[in-house]
Structures are given as C-alpha cells and as structure tokens.
Design a protein around this ligand. Structure first.
Ligand code: PLP
Ligand code: COI
Length: 366
C-alpha cells in the first residue's frame, strides 16, 4: 500500500490470539465469525469523502433519529478473498463490485464512492486481517462493504452525511449441505422487486422485502424462495440472494435477462463467459415458470443451479409452489454441467488455474 493512503491504520490493541483464531477457523459457518478490524470513511456535503481509517472492529453508536433507521437509505456489496496455495490471497473481479456499489449508490440517491477508495479499503482490510482467511475447501474471507445515511434528520430527502464501512467474516459454505442440491419455494404471492424499483441495486430494502416469502419457503420445507416477475408472475427472475441458470438437454444454458428487477450478478456474468468458453450456447432470455416445470418433467431441462458470491454454484433439486412440485434431474445430486462450471470457477478464484480473463487480483502475504 502506498504511503499516500486515504486510510489511517490504527491496529487493534488486543486482537484475538493466534491459537484461539485457529480454533474458530476450523468451523466458521457463514457470517457469524468476524475479524479484528473494520474500515470506515465518512462523507458529508461540505467535506466530501474524509476520515478514512482501519481500526478495531466495534459497535457503531447511532442517534435514534439517524436517517437509515427510518428510510433504509443503505447499500452493500458481497465479495470474497481467497487463500492462495503458493502464499498470499486473491480477490475475484473486485472492480465489478466497486462499479456496482456506485450504481447502487446512484439508485439510492447516495454519493458515489470512487473505485480507487473502494478497492483500497478492501485491500487494506484483507491485508490487515489476512490471518483470518480460513484454510480448507470452500472457505474464504467474506467482505461486506456497506454505506448508509448517517445524518440525524427525520425529513424525507437524500441525507447529507453517510458512513462507508467494510467488515470481514471468515466463512465456510453458505449452505450447510455443501454441494447437495437445495430446494426452492416459488412465490406466486410476493415480489422481490418491481419495474422502476430498486431490484437491480444491492440495497438492504430488497432483502427486507424478501424475508416474509423466505419464511414461507422455510415453512414449506424449502431452502430458498424463487421470485417471478412482478408484472405477469409468469417469468422466473432470481432468488433472494442468487441468480439462476437452467441447463437444457442439448447442452445450452438459459438465464433470465437483466432488467431493472434483477441484480446483475458478478458470478452470473463470469459463468456466462466460462460456459461459452467451454462451448455451451448461453441464452439470456425470459423463461416461464410453467415452461420450466414442463421441461423438468419432460427431461428437456436437465439441471438448474443458483449462483452468487456467497453460494458460488449451488444445484437446485426440488421445486415447490402452489402450482405444483417437481424435481430437476434426479433431484438428489448436482448434474455434470453444474459440477464442471463450479469447479472451473472455483479453481480460477483460488488461483489454481489459468486466469484467461484477468479476473483475479492477487494481494501480497501479510
Ligand atoms: N442476486 C441477488 C439478489 C444477490 O443478492 C446476489 C448476491 O450478491 C446475487 C444475485 C449474485 O451476485 P454476485 O454473483 O455478484 O454475488
Ligand atoms: C452475496 O452472495 O454476497 C450476497 O450478498 C447474498 C447473500 C445471500 C449473502
């Protein structure tokens, strides 16, 4: 890191001891185990971006009238740092997260954090807490950059003060079953996003709207909720936190096209490229729920998988809805295209295979 850094580094006076950390890293779960440090930076109308620092992770004290608590002016990102076999760590396409963070900010009427500051903050935190990157298959350091309206004001208008924060969590697989297929509940009653809304932005409000139907998925014995388009309830959109792909018997792949109601997943974009590299035809086109049910039953749709930073590539087995229940493939294990794409992506992310597209950003050893 250059000595013209925009972030002062104040190291934790009493970080977790190495032996305790090693025990914690044996079974980190997802989003429960946090590192020693955090990054913060403020924005105000008068001063712009200022007061950047890396410091001990601690609670954020807030006035009860802080704008985000009332009007949810908040955005976030999700990305991972991987431990590299020959030493050091790597980020996967962090420039895309920086760009998406700016586009989410625009939609939520927030100031855009310049990419250089976003990337510097991420790299500094990974380098400071590199010892928290867990070893082992599927494990990584999950980074959660977020920004919220920190102005103390109850009027409804874009705030004039914001806090940008990055925290990090040592994680294993997102789903407890590892590579086992998940089950989906298709919601015919609730939408995640609507035309002209915030579906293409990564803002907390979208996830809040998904929680009631997610609860319905759980009470119907399913792992995740799958949303349909708000206008017609015919076409498949995405899950609460993952994009979807369908593999057809002729080897082609279908994924819903990007509209303003779908999050433009970086994993989605990477898998489209990797599938095309491997000779698959990939079509970004609307796919109706009724067609999916028919195709899964006839064997025309042989595999379905969900993808995202947290979930990587996760096969879908059983699909339930008020309109019927069906399985994709045999419903019990991942199909060959899902397995192949998963492996190809993970090997690139972990620096184990040729990075033909220049997606991997290597960081030094701590
Ligand atoms: N869709 C939603 C709603 C998400 O929250 C995520 C996760 O970030 C994704 C898709 C996948 O995006 P990415 O691959 O960039 O993690
Ligand atoms: C991610 O994949 O990074 C997300 O933000 C989605 C969430 C399910 C953790």
């Amino acid at each position: 890191m250059s000595n013209t850094s925009s972030f002062a580094v104040e190291r934790h006076p009493t970080p977790v001891a190495a032996s305790e950390r090693a025990t914690l890293l044996e079974n980190p779960g997802f989003g429960q185990l946090f590192t020693d440090h955090m990054v913060t930076m403020r924005w105000s109308e008068d001063a712009g971006w200022h007061d950047g620092k890396v410091s001990a992770r601690k609670p954020i004290e807030m006035d009860p009238a802080t704008a985000v608590l009332h009007y949810a002016q908040e955005i976030f990102e999700g990305m991972k740092a991987y431990r590299i076999e020959e030493g050091g760590s790597a980020l996967f396409r962090p420039d895309r997260n920086a760009a998406r963070f700016r586009s989410s900010a625009r939609r939520l009427a927030m100031p855009e954090l310049p990419d250089e500051l976003f990337l510097e903050a991420i790299e500094l935190l990974v380098e400071t807490d590199a010892d928290w990157i867990p070893p082992g298959e599927g494990a990584a350091l999950y980074l959660r950059p977020f920004m919220f309206a920190s102005e103390v004001f109850l009027g409804v208008r874009p705030a004039k003060e914001y806090l940008f924060v990055v925290i990090a969590s040592s994680v294993g697989a997102y789903f407890k079953g590892g590579a086992a297929p998940i089950s989906l509940w298709v919601s015919h009653d609730y939408n995640r996003a609507g035309p002209g809304g915030t579906g293409a932005a990564k803002c907390g409000g979208n996830y809040a709207a998904s929680l009631l139907p997610h609860g319905q998925a759980l009470s119907n014995g399913c792992d995740q909720v799958c949303f349909l388009d708000a206008a017609t309830h015919e076409y498949i959109e995405e899950l609460g936190g993952m994009n979807l792909f369908f593999v057809m018997e002729d080897g082609s792949l279908v994924t819903p096209p990007l509209t303003d109601t779908i999050l433009e997943g970086i994993t989605r974009d990477s898998l489209i490229q990797l599938a095309r590299d491997a000779g698959h035809e990939v079509r970004e086109e609307p796919y109706a729920f009724a067609q999916w049910m028919e195709d899964a039953q006839s064997g025309r749709c042989t595999e379905t998988f969900a993808c995202g930073t947290a979930a990587v590539v996760t096969p879908v087995g059983t699909v339930k809805s008020e309109k019927g229940t069906f399985t994709v493939g045999d419903g019990a294990k991942a199909g060959p295209t899902t397995v192949k794409l998963h492996q190809t992506l993970e090997r690139i992310q972990r620096g184990e295979s040729n990075d033909a597209h220049g997606w991997v950003k290597r960081l030094g050893e701590s």
